[in-house]
Design a protein around this ligand. Structure first.
Ligand code: ARG
Ligand code: ZN
Length: 862
C-alpha cells in the first residue's frame, strides 16, 4: 500500500510511560513490554489500539494485569480492543536476534546484540505504536549471561544493576526524555571503552564512552581517539554556534561491524558503523578521518535537531536530516576550512543528488507518498534538504539565521514537528518571507538557470531565466526563489567591486550593472549559493581567467570544472574534429598550468582544482549519454595533460612527498596533490607512474598515501599491480575496514577487466553477502564505476541484478539501494538502455520481492 502525507492523523492514545524487560540471548530473546496508555484528547476516540508489529507473534497479551484474548492480528499488526480511558497493556514477544539478517530491530553482530530502530525497526522487537509522533518515557531492564554480555547499555542513565548469582546479571536504564520508538536502543556484549568527559556550558559533567568489541583484530580501541576528539569538539561547537547544550549525564557510542547505514542517533546511545568510528593514520585515509568527524558530529547534533525536536511523520524526515546535515557541514567547515569542505559537499550533491533529481526516483525533499520509508533516506532528503536550509541562511545572514533556529528550538522543544513548523519559525525568528520559498519543499527536480550577459554603453545587463524540469509526478512546475551570489570582474583592472546577492523569483528577470567600459566577466552562484544548474555561454578565455583569478575559491573551482565539462560534453556529444579538440585542450592546459604553478594556492585547494569532473556528473550533463564515449574522451584528456605536464607533475610529486605526515591542513593538502599527480602521470606515462606509485606504496607511513598509490596501480596493467594487491591484502589481513578498501579499489578501478575482477572477488573467501560494508565495498564501488558497470554487452547490469535478487531476501533495505544505478536507463544510449530495462523487468518478475525493492524497481521502470 502507498502511504500519503495528506492522510496524517494523530494517534488516538498517549503513552506516558513504557517499561521494557529483555531476557537476552543471541538465539532467543524474550521481551515483555508494559505500556501505560491514556486517550489522546487531541485525536478522535477509538475503541481499540493498533500496535505495529513486523514478523512478531504475541506470546501473551494482558490488559490491566489480566490476560486477554480480546485482540486480533491485522496483517502484521495487533489490534487490541479497549473500553476505558486509561490502561496498562503488557505484551510478551519472543525474537531471534541471530536469525535477523535484515539488521533492523534487535540483531546479533559478532556475538553482541544491538538494535537499529529507525525508521520502523522497533516493531520487529515488540508490538508498539511505531510512529515518530508517539512520545514515551522509557525504562529498560535487561538480563543476560555475564560471560556473553558483560556490558549492558540502553538509552539515558543507568538506574540500577545487579548480579543474579546464577551466571546472569542485569541492568536497568532510564531515559528521562520522552522519545519516539525509533530512538530506542539496546546494546549487550563483550565490549571495551575509550572514556572521557565533557563539562557543558552550564556545568553538567557528562561521561563519554566509545565502545568497541573486546574481541577484534586487537587495535580497535586505539583507533577511537579521533572519534572521541571529534565528539568533544562537536559538543563545544553546538554550544557556541547554535546554543545547544547536552542534556544527560552520559553519552555512549557503540561501534558495530554489521550496520545498514552510517550511524544512528538513539538518545544517549548512538550506534555507529565501525567505518565512522575507527581511524588511525595506518589504516584510515584523510577522507576516512573526515567521515568520522562529520558523522560523529551529525549524530551528536541530532540530540537537538531530531531527538529533542523530532518529526511528526516520516514525510518530515528532512526536518531533522536536512537541518542536521547542514549543521554537520558548517561544523566541518569550521574545523577544516570552508573552501575545500564546500567543494566536497557540492561534488557529492552533484554526483549523487542531481542524478536522483533528474531520474525516475526524483522526489521533493518532503515527499508526498511512499511505500517503504527506508527508500527515502536519500541524497535528496539529506543533502538537498541541507542546501534548502543553507539558502535560507544565505538570504538572511548567519545572525538572523541563529535567531530563527533559536526560536525553532524554543518553540518546538519536546514536540514532534513538521517542516512547516521550521519554515514558520524561520519567518518569525529570522525575519524572512518564505511564502514562495516553500516551493523548495514541494517541487522535485534541479532548477536550471540560463544566464545571458549583454553590454551596451557603460551598462552590463544580466538576464536570468529559470526552468524547473518536470519530474515523474509533477509535470508543471512554478518558478522558485533562487538566491545567487554574483560578482562582475572588470576586464581592465581584473577586480570586482564587491559580491552581491540577487534572488531570481520569476521565470525571467534582468539586472543592470553600471560603470563598465567593457563587458565584465561574470562570476555567478559563488559558494554554490543555490543548488541549481547554471547554463551560460561563456568564452573559454573568461573561464581561464576565473579559474586563475576568482577570489571566491568555489567559483574558481567551478570555472575549472566548467571548462572541462564544456569541452568533454562537446567532444563526446556531437564529436569534435581534431583541431577543435586541440583548441579546447589548450585552454584547459592553460588553466591547469596556472593551478600547478600558483604559489599562493594551498595544496589542498590545488588538489581540488586538479580533479577532473567525475564520469557520472559528465553523463548527467547530456540528455542521453554514451558512457564509453565520455569515458574515452575523459581518459584521453587526462593522458594528454599527463604527458604534457609529465616533468612538472613528477617535480610536484617530489615536493609534496617531502612533507611529513600529520593531520594538519598542509600535510593533508600535500597528500591530496600527491595522488592527483599520480593519477595524471599514470594516464600519460604508465611505466614511469607505475614505478613512482610502487615506491610511494612501499614508503608510505599512512593509509592515504598507500591507498592512493594502490588505486593508481590497480588501474594499470603493470606487474606492480598484482604484487601490491597481494601485499596489501596480507598486510591488513583481519582488519575488516581495510579489507573493504581492498575490495572497493579493485571494483572501482580503471582496469579494462574490472568486471572480471569483481566476479572473481565475489568468490573470494573474504567476501560475504551478510555484511553490508563488504557488499557495498564490492558492488557499490562497481555500480559507481561507469566504464565497468556500463559494459556494452550488459554484463555489469546483469551482475547488479543478480546481486539484488540474491540479497533481497536477506537484507531488503540494502538490496533496494542497488536499484537506482539501473534506473538511469532513460538517460543512456538506446542499446544499453534496453539491457538495463530488461534487468529491471527480471527483478520485478521475481517472487516474494520485498516492499523495498519492489518500490524502487516499479518507480524505475516508470
Ligand atoms: N538517522 C540516521 C542518520 O541520519 C539514519 C538512519 C537510517 N536508518 C534507516 N534504516 N534507513 O544518521
Ligand atoms: Zn541524520
Amino acid at each position: 500500500p502507498v502511504i500519503h502525507r495528506k492522510d496524517y492523523a494523530p494517534f488516538p492514545w498517549l503513552l506516558p510511560a513504557t517499561h521494557l524487560e529483555f531476557a537476552l540471548g543471541v538465539e532467543h530473546t524474550r521481551v515483555v513490554s508494559t505500556l501505560q496508555i491514556e486517550r489522546n484528547p487531541a485525536a478522535a476516540a477509538s475503541a481499540h489500539i493498533l500496535l505495529n508489529g513486523d514478523g512478531l507473534t504475541a506470546v501473551s497479551v494482558r490488559v490491566d494485569g489480566q490476560e486477554t484474548s480480546d485482540w486480533e492480528m491485522e496483517g502484521d499488526n495487533l489490534r487490541l480492543n479497549l473500553s476505558g480511558d486509561a490502561h496498562e497493556i503488557s505484551i510478551t514477544t519472543e525474537i531471534e536476534p541471530s536469525a535477523n539478517t535484515q539488521l533492523m530491530g534487535l540483531y546479533a553482530s559478532n556475538g553482541m546484540l544491538c538494535t537499529q530502530c529507525e525508521a520502523e525497526g522497533f516493531r520487529r522487537i515488540t508490538f508498539f505504536p511505531d510512529r515518530p509522533d508517539v512520545l514515551s518515557t522509557y525504562t529498560v531492564k535487561m538480563t543476560g549471561p555475564k560471560a556473553d554480555f558483560p556490558v549492558l547499555l540502553s538509552n539515558g542513565n543507568k538506574a540500577a544493576e545487579g548480579d543474579n548469582g546464577d551466571g546472569t546479571h542485569w541492568a536497568e536504564w532510564h531515559d528521562p526524555w520522552p522519545k519516539p520508538s525509533y530512538l530506542f536502543a539496546l546494546v549487550a556484549g563483550d565490549l571495551v571503552a575509550n572514556t572521557d568527559s565533557f563539562t557543558t556550558v552550564s556545568g553538567r559533567e557528562v561521561d563519554l564512552a566509545i565502545y568497541v568489541r573486546a574481541q577484534n583484530d586487537g587495535g580497535d580501541l586505539d583507533r577511537t581517539g579521533h572519534a572521541m576528539r571529534s565528539l568533544v569538539k562537536s559538543m563545544k561547537w553546538d554550544e557556541e554556534v547554535f546554543g545547544r547544550e547536552y542534556d544527560l549525564d552520559v553519552f555512549n557510542i557503540v561501534a558495530v561491524s554489521d550496520f545498514n547505514m552510517g550511524a544512528m542517533e538513539n538518545k544517549g546511545l548512538n550506534v555507529f558503523n565501525t567505518k565512522y568510528v575507527l581511524a588511525d593514520p595506518e589504516t584510515a585515509t584523510d577522507g576516512d578521518f573526515d567521515g568520522v568527524e562529520g558523522v560523529i558530529a551529525h549524530e551528536y547534533f541530532h540530540n537537538w535537531s531530531g531527538n529533542r525536536i523530532t518529526c511528526q511523520d516520516w514525510f518530515q524526515l528532512s526536518l531533522k536530516e536536512g537541518f542536521t546535515v547542514l549543521r554537520d557541514q558548517l561544523f566541518s567547515q569550521d574545523m577544516q576550512g570552508e573552501a575545500v569542505k564546500r567543494i566536497e559537499d557540492v561534488r557529492i550533491l552533484r554526483s549523487v543528488q542531481f542524478p536522483e533529481d533528474s531520474g525516475p526516483l526524483a522526489h521533493p525533499i518532503r515527499p508526498d507518498s511512499f511505500r517503504e520509508i527506508s527508500n527515502f533516506y536519500t541524497a535528496t532528503v539529506y543533502n538537498k534538504g541541507a542546501e534548502v536550509i543553507r539558502m535560507m541562511r544565505t538570504m538572511c545572514g548567519p545572525e538572523a539565521f541563529r535567531k530563527g533556529t533559536d526560536l525553532y528550538f524554543d518553540r518546538h522543544d519536546g514536540e514532534a514537528a513538521t517542516c512547516e513548523d521550521f519554515i514558520t519559525a524561520m519567518e518569525d525568528g529570522a525575519g524572512l518571507d518564505l511564502t514562495q520559498f516553500r516551493l523548495w519543499y514541494s517541487q522535485a527536480g534541479t532548477p536550471k538557470v540560463a544566464v545571458d550577459l549583454t553590454h551596451a554603453g557603460d551598462t552590463a545587463t544580466l538576464t536570468l531565466r529559470q526552468t524547473v524540469p518536470a519530474t515523474a509526478d509533477q509535470p508543471g512546475k512554478k518558478p522558485m526563489p533562487i538566491p545567487l551570489k554574483i560578482a562582475m570582474f572588470d576586464r581592465v583592472s581584473g577586480q570586482h567591486s564587491g559580491e552581491q546577492l540577487i534572488v531570481l523569483k520569476t521565470d525571467e528577470q534582468s539586472f543592470n550593472f553600471e560603470g563598465f567600459a567593457e563587458k565584465p566577466i561574470l562570476s555567478i552562484n559563488r559558494g554554490f549559493s543555490a543548488p541549481v544548474t547554471i547554463e551560460r555561454d561563456i568564452a573559454d578565455e573568461d573561464l581561464v581567467f576565473l579559474a586563475a583569478r576568482d577570489d571566491d575559491p568555489f567559483a574558481r573551482y567551478e570555472a575549472m570544472q566548467d571548462l572541462v565539462v564544456g569541452h568533454l560534453t562537446a567532444a563526446s556529444g556531437n564529436g569534435l574534429d581534431d583541431s577543435a579538440r586541440g583548441t579546447g585542450r589548450l585552454a584547459i592546459a592553460q588553466a591547469f598550468e596556472a593551478v600547478l604553478s600558483d604559489d599562493m594556492l594551498d595544496d589542498s585547494m590545488r588538489g581540488e582544482l586538479m580533479m577532473l569532473p567525475g564520469l557520472t556528473f559528465l553523463m548527467e550533463q547530456q540528455l542521453v549519454a554514451d558512457p564509453s564515449r565520455i569515458h574515452e574522451e575523459r581518459e584521453g584528456l587526462k593522458a594528454w595533460l599527463g604527458a604534457r605536464f609529465e616533468d612538472t607533475l613528477v617535480t610536484l610529486h617530489q615536493r609534496v612527498s617531502a612533507v611529513p605526515y600529520d593531520q594538519e591542513a598542509t600535510s593533508r593538502g600535500a597528500r591530496k596533490v600527491k595522488t592527483q599527480a599520480l593519477v595524471y602521470l599514470a594516464a600519460g606515462n604508465s611505466e614511469r607512474a607505475s614505478q613512482i606509485a610502487a615506491a610511494q606504496y612501499h614508503a608510505a607511513d599512512n593509509m592515504t598515501d598507500r591507498q592512493g598509490a594502490l588505486m593508481v596501480l590497480t588501474g594499470l596493467g603493470t606487474a606492480a599491480r598484482t604484487d601490491t594487491l597481494i601485499d596489501f591484502h596480507r598486510r591488513y589481513a583481519g582488519n575488516e575496514l581495510v579489507v573493504d578498501k581492498w575490495f572497493a579499489l579493485q571494483a572501482s578501478s580503471l582496469h579494462p577487466n574490472a568486471i572480471e575482477h569483481v566476479k572473481a572477488l565475489a568468490q573470494h573467501k573474504d567476501f560475504t553477502i551478510r555484511n553490508p560494508n563488504r557488499v557495498r565495498s564490492l558492488y557499490m564501488a562497481f555500480a559507481g564505476n561507469p566504464h565497468a558497470f556500463h559494459a556494452v554487452d550488459g554484463e555489469g547490469y546483469r551482475l547488479i541484478a543478480d546481486l539484488i535478487l540474491e540479497l533481497d531476501p536477506i537484507n531488503p533495505q540494502t538490496a533496494a539501494r542497488f536499484v537506482s544505478p539501473l534506473g538511469r536507463w532513460r538517460r543512456i544510449e538506446p542499446g544499453r538502455a534496453d539491457l538495463m530495462r530488461a534487468e529491471l523487468e527480471r527483478i520485478k518478475a521475481a517472487e516474494n520481492l520485498s516492499r523495498d525493492t519492489f518500490e524502487q524497481v516499479t518507480r524505475s521502470l516508470g
